[in-house]
Design a protein around this ligand. Structure first.
Ligand code: ZN
Length: 698
């Protein structure tokens, strides 16, 4: 085992030596680090001075070293997974949780923070410093450290029980999903399905005892996994099978041995009790306490204004779909089939209508978006907007896979600002799905540390001589993650606990990422980064027009669905159901009356598989998706108002965006940051307009 001195996980402050790091560094390296940090923590607890230098700087330094080492392990688990790495990760994870709790629930540190806040030096600290202290105090309070002994014991009991219930909830969803399948044998049951789905379904069948199964002749095993279920509902012609799948899906984990009903009731009751211990009226108030939104009623107000702006358009969407569906049915001589459009018909006819209206396929766009050109266009946009240059620096440092690129970001005077890695292609054998931005190093003014980011995507790899040809969605994803990366890299906050994306409220953190996506619908930007890999042609304007038209297709229906989930999440967490004499399903039915245009089935139990709020981090926070979308659309509208063709006005707005949203990080309250950029509070008008929900004239 490597000694502490040579363990590459301990080289904090330098670019990681990916050529040296191996799974065998993890257990020893992390344990040694925890041991020395535990010593430092005890030392700090015994001797702390309630000043910035005496308390926060040691915490900052401990957090940075642990963040670097454990961040590297987490990063490699995501991009270069192996059994050895997974085992090493699992072996030390529990010890890290224990150490984290020890720090979060440290009485001396909590009292030191309180003394610092009440002391004579506090008012002379800079705003980001004060905000760091306030947020550390809030986190400590939310972790129960301020409670009297008996209450704290109950708090810890509840926290432990909630962790178990969250796991039970997820396991039930997983087990219930696995317990259901349809083995289809007749070709008419799989009519309409894409070839790719038939191949997957045959493969599923083979791994379940049907060794002879083929994509052409079946049998085909259909499950409730999203990549199978969704295309089946969108393309499967067999209406009876669609109904069967739909019903199974919305009743998942709601009956039998994997029933989550009682699990949910327990989770909600315990969360309510936990919030009460901390002095909040309900769990939603506890959640909102650390968010950008000021109150539940403010969130409710936003949700209601979006609902009233989208409900009639969503009804129109439904009417359009109804008449389209009956027309289609008449055409095919199956009129009786869709006398009445049912819930399991919606996705199917929505896809047929989409095909009829915007006849282009994602595949037809790919040749216009080779990765090298998309990157050139993205970097040119960053230069126009923010005055930064991005230069390739491949080979200057080691990487974890030959496809990974390394770039440096330079400021207007050519000064080094930041750096990032880009790992673009899917590598299913060792890389997690999805796309993300993560931190390698954060900015620290005291040590002159510059930020370094990881941008990870899962896009189509190059084949033969062809470059990676990106779908439009893949272009959007790259812009999105780059937006997160910009906020991490262009921060000017000197204090690492609030630099970049750190310390930013959950409901505000998607602002820069979604903001960048807007540029993919800007003609000059999108045409500018497109270049047919064979002919060199730019994307034809007709195709661009179809992309922008498709953006608003059924936007009101999608908006309403998200609002329904958001409101239901808040309603469940904002009251004591027992006291109110309601159960979770009666709350659902009550909200569905105003928030859906097609009422859910009486048997609908989708709450039983709503993992975001019962097993993820979104409890009383699902609204964050829409909240951040309002911010990002409104931010983009500042550029629209300036005139997107006016390059000097765009550059001016871009510099302002850089100097506010991208620079101030978690050091300034997000509402102040937004107002500094926009000159006023956010308004949902731009989001509604981008969704096609108000006329251009209004
Ligand atoms: Zn994001």
């Amino acid at each position: 085992m490597a000694s502490v001195e040579t363990n590459p996980l301990h080289r904090f402050g330098t670019l990681p030596r990916f050529d040296l790091i191996a799974p065998e560094h993890v257990e020893g390296g992390i344990r040694a680090l925890i041991e020395s940090l535990s010593g430092e923590l005890e030392e700090l607890e015994a001797n702390l001075e309630p000043t910035w230098a005496g308390l926060i700087e040691p915490l900052e330094s401990m957090g940075e070293r642990l963040g670097y080492a454990w961040g590297l392990v987490g990063h490699l688990t995501g991009v270069k997974n192996s059994d050895a790495l997974r085992d090493a990760h699992a072996a030390v994870q529990g010890e890290l949780v224990v150490f984290g709790l020890k720090q979060a629930q440290s009485r001396p540190i909590f009292e030191g923070l309180e003394a610092l806040q009440a002391g004579p030096t506090f008012s002379s600290l800079e705003l980001p410093q004060r905000r760091i202290v306030e947020n550390l105090l809030r986190e400590a309070r939310h972790s129960g450290v301020g409670l009297a002994e008996q209450e704290r014991a109950r708090f810890n009991e509840i926290a432990a029980e909630l962790a178990l219930l969250g796991t039970t909830f997820s396991n039930h969803v997983l087990d219930a999903t696995n317990a259901f399948s349809l083995m289809l044998t007749s070709p008419d049951e799989v009519g309409g399905l894409p070839e790719s789905l038939m191949a997957v379904a045959a493969q599923y069948a083979r791994s379940h005892g049907e060794e002879e199964a083929t994509a052409e002749n079946g049998p085909w095993r259909i499950t409730l996994d999203a990549p199978v279920l969704i295309p089946f509902l969108e393309h499967g012609i067999h209406r009876g099978r669609r109904e069967e799948l739909y019903r199974a899906y919305v009743t998942r984990a709601s009956h039998g041995e994997f029933d989550n009903t009682i699990v949910i009731e327990s989770i909600l009751a315990l969360r309510h009790e936990l919030a009460g211990l901390l002095g909040f009226a309900n769990y939603a108030e506890l959640s909102i306490d650390s968010k950008m939104a000021a109150s539940i009623s403010e969130v409710d107000g936003l949700l209601e204004s979006l609902r009233s702006a989208s409900i009639s358009a969503a009804q129109d969407d439904l009417e359009t779909l109804r008449s389209f569906a009956s027309g289609k049915a008449a055409e095919s001589g199956a009129a009786s089939q869709v006398d009445e459009l049912k819930l399991w018909d919606v996705a199917f006819y929505a896809e047929r209508l989409r095909e009829a209206r915007f006849d282009y396929s994602e595949e037809a766009l790919r040749p216009y978006f080779p990765l090298p050109n998309v990157l050139d266009g993205l970097f040119a946009l960053a230069q126009r907007l923010f005055g930064i240059s991005i230069v390739s620096a491949d080979g200057e440092t080691s990487v974890w896979h030959p496809d990974v690129r390394f770039f440096r970001v330079l400021g207007e005077r050519g000064d080094p600002v930041a750096a990032f890695y880009l790992d673009p292609y899917t590598r299913s054998s060792e890389k997690r799905g999805g796309a993300w931005m993560d931190e390698c190093l954060g900015r620290n003014g005291r040590t002159s540390g510059l930020p370094v980011a990881y941008l990870v995507c899962n896009q189509t790899p190059p084949v033969g001589d062809k470059p990676s040809l990106m779908s439009f969605d893949e272009v959007l994803t790259l812009f999105h993650e780059f937006g997160h990366g910009l906020q991490h890299m262009l921060t000017r906050v000197d204090y690492s606990l609030a630099s970049g994306i750190r310390n930013i409220e959950w409901d505000a953190v998607e602002l820069p990422s979604q903001f960048m996506e807007n540029w993919c619908y800007h003609k000059e930007t999108l045409l500018g980064l497109s270049k047919h890999f064979e002919t060199g042609e730019r994307l034809p304007v007709e195709l661009f027009d179809k992309i922008t038209a498709a953006r608003t297709y059924r936007a009101a229906s999608q908006m309403l669905r998200q609002l329904y989930f958001s409101s239901l999440d808040l309603a469940l967490h904002a009251s004591d159901l027992k006291e109110a004499g309601e159960d979770i399903f009666s709350v659902q039915r009550r909200l569905a009356e105003t928030m859906t245009v097609m009422p859910p089935l009486p048997a609908d139990r989708f709450l039983c598989s709503f993992g975001h709020i019962f097993a993820g981090g979104y409890a009383a926070g699902y609204y964050s998706y829409k909240w951040a979308e309002v911010l990002s659309a409104d931010a983009f509208s500042a550029f629209e108002e300036a005139g997107l063709e006016n390059s000097s006005a765009v550059a001016e707005a871009g510099r302002r965006f850089r100097d506010t949203v991208l620079s101030l990080g978690g050091g300034t309250p997000p509402m102040d940051v937004f107002k500094a950029f926009r000159g006023r509070e956010p308004s949902p008008a731009a989001l509604l307009r981008h969704c096609g929900l108000v006329s251009e004239a209004s």
